[in-house]
Structure formats: structure tokens, C-alpha cells
Design a protein around this ligand. Sequence first.
Ligand code: SAH
Length: 465
Amino acid sequence: MRFLPVFIDTHLKKIVVVGGGPSAEAKLRTLIKSEARILVIAPVISAEISKWVSELDHLVWESRHFIAEDIDGAALVYAATEDADLNAQIAELAKNKGILVNAADQKEDCSFYSPAIVDRSPIVVAIGSEGTAPGLARALKADIETRLPTTAGVLAQKIAELRHQLSSIMPSFLDRQHLWANIFSNGKDLEDRLKQTPEDIEQGYEQALKGIDIEKTGKVALIGAGPGNLDLLTIGAQRRLHSADVVVYDRLVSQDVLDMGRREAKYIYVGKAPGAHTTRQEEINRIIVEEARKGQFVVRLKGGDPLIFGRADEEIEALELAGVSYEIVPGITAAAAAAASIGASLTARGHNKSVVLLTGHDAKGFAEQDWKSLAEPEARAAVYMGLGASRFIQGRLLLHGAGHDYLITIVENASRDNEKIIGTTLGNLVQDIEKYDITGPAVLLLGYAPKEARQVNISDKRASL
Ligand code: SAH
């Protein structure tokens, strides 16, 4: 290890950045988060640096060329001009004065370099590769970013507060250490522990003080898994999947998303294929309540967004009734993914002021809608669970005055590798579903045409893909 990682106190220290272009900007992006007094020396600076100068009291810019005296008394120097020779000279000068210096992109001139940082101040993770593999360091950083909750810093602050309090009431260091170990045992792995809120910590602390063994309480997260493509899974969902004890999932949750889950978790499938055996909603409610009561962290995964045709309310009610705490993590709904796939705005200025999300089926069978307004030329809607109801929808819209040429786009498996887009019309809807073997999941976008063929039927082209 040639470079030793250390955290340097920047409070009111002088830091000099020479340069005002892209390299200086990159350094400053992190530096401005410090508590140092930062001096930027450069004849001109970028728009972004100039914005920081005007907004931040601890950042000062002197518009001129660098002189040797600039770095006197500095704790750190960044030679970050766009001129490699000048950077090398500045680095040499700083080293001669015994000041730590970083020269942008010139490893041999550096006495320190800037690691990739995951910042949850006061929790900070720094990743370095001694200049060997910056790409690998960035990949590691991205991974840690998704795993370390944004609340880690708040948690650390809460712990600091309690530690301060504790040192006055519990003089023995060993006793204190034992108590903290006890508090942190609430949760099996690190990610689980990091998920605790400051309130959880405080509660655990108080119980531990009273000598009560901390009981692990279960929790449920109702999570939107998105339309299937991993790119469309939220970081929040990903993070929770990493620490799930139990994953209860539906049919529409893709394997890619499930693979994000913790390997040791228990997976319970509660989906229903159309027409096949179904796990009744009451049974699902019972499972999530029961697992949470065992002290487990239950991730309840639903396709798309959990609050759109997801029967989430019934699960929420069951959880509330059972006194189990829960949270909801939204997801990207199928209509949003389908719109992105066809390149059309769901709400297009000048075309439609609203878009309706509707279902083809409800508890009673085919769902009745406000067909009259849906038949209007400017109507726009996304139909969920509409395949089986397509003949019914076609009949109702025609009955209420929609033309046979009323545009409809079918998007099957939106966002997934096997996505299919069929541009069709109301007149051809039913036969095209058959012809192109659309078996779902699919949304019917009423009033929309795929971007590349606004007015034309492009089904032949797409279906051959
Ligand atoms: N909560 C989900 C919807 C559940 S209802 C969401 O917000 O997306 C199930 C219906 O969603 C399916 O019948 C289909 O109409 C639609 N759907 C779900 N995933 C889809 C996908 N990847 N592509 C197209 N439609 C999808």
C-alpha cells in the first residue's frame, strides 16, 4: 500500500485549487462539501465554478495567474489547470514547501490523490485503486451507493448523541461496548442493521439500558418491482431486496428482479396465471402478516407500481389490523414503460389534457367505464388487464361512437427483451391480438400510435422482429 488512506480535518484550513476548467471543477465538486476555506486561482473559471463562488462563502476566486506565494500556509494544493507542465511545476513547488499536493491526472506528481467517495456524512466510504483501475473503483462505488442507505449519516449522528449521553451514566467502557453490541444485534446482517431509523436505535438503546433483551420486530415493505427490466427497478427496491428475509412475489415480477434478492431469503410465490390456481388475497395477507410477526423483514414484491391495480389496500389494511409496521416503495408502472417504448408522451401538449388508467377486468368481470368520453377523438387511456376484455372494449367503444380507425397500440412485455409493439386500430384490435399471438402481459394504449409510424399500422414490421 503505497498510498495510505487518511481522513484529513479540513475545518477552516486553507486549500488552494489552481485552475478553473474541467479538472478544477471535478476537484471542487467534492471539495466544496468540506469545511475548508478554498482559494481558486485562475484567470477564468467555468460557469459552474462561478455559480459556486457566488453561492458559497467558503469559496473565493482570484482572477489571475498563479504565483508561488499562493500556496503558503495551505493544507492541501490541487494543481488542476489544463496545462500538464504547469501542474507539474506547481506540484514540485508544493512538495519543496512540504505541502500535500495533487496534480490532476498526473499520478507521478501527486503526494495524494482523491478517492471515489460514497458520502453519507459523517459516514464516508473512500475507494482507491492507487491509479491502477479507476473504472473498477467507480463500479465499487456505484455498488456501495446502492447498498448504503441515505439515512446512514443520520443514524451515525443519533448514535453519537446517545454515546455522549451514555458515557456520563455508564462509566465502564466494557459495559458500554456490551450495550452497543446488544443494540446492534437487532438485525442479522449489516444491511439490516443499517436500515434502522434513529427512532429504532433510540428505542433499542432505552430497552438495553433497562436490561431488556431486544426483540427483533418484523416489518413489511410493499415494493413496486417495475415492468420487468432491471434498469427500471428503483434503488430503494434494490436496497431492500438485498436485506430481505422473506420475498413474497407475484407472477409479473421478472426473474432479473428476483435475482437481486438476498440469496438466503425465503421466496414465496403467490402469483396467479390467468385461469390457473390462484393464491387468494386473504391467504397472501395472512402470509405477510405471519412472516413479519416472526420478526422477519418481508419484501412484498408487486409488478409495476404497487398502488396501481395492485390490490395493495387489502394488504395494507391487514398489516394495520395486525399492528405490523410497513412502508411502500413505488415502482414504474406498465403504462409508463409502454409509453417510453413507443416514444409517445402519455400527456401530449395540444393533444390531451388527461390520460386514464383503466382495467379491463374488475371484481365483477369486464369492467364498465365512461365509454362515452373514452370514445372521443382526444381521449387517451392505458388499459391494464385488457387482453381478455378486448372484444368487450371494442364493442363498447364502437357503440359509443368511436370509429374503426381509432388508434390503439398494444405493448406486450414492455421494457423486457421479448417486448412486442403492435400499432393497430379499434377495428382490428381483436384480430391483431390473435394474429400477433399477444398473450400478455400487455397494455392497450388507446388513442396512441407508435412514434415511428404515427398514422400507419406497423404491426407487420414489429411482429417480424
Ligand atoms: N401494478 C402493475 C399492474 C398490475 S395489473 C403496474 O403498475 O404495472 C397487471 C397488468 O399490468 C397486466 O395485465 C398488464 O396489463 C400490465 N402489465 C404489467 N407488466 C407489464 C409489462 N411489462 N408490459 C405490459 N403490460 C404490463
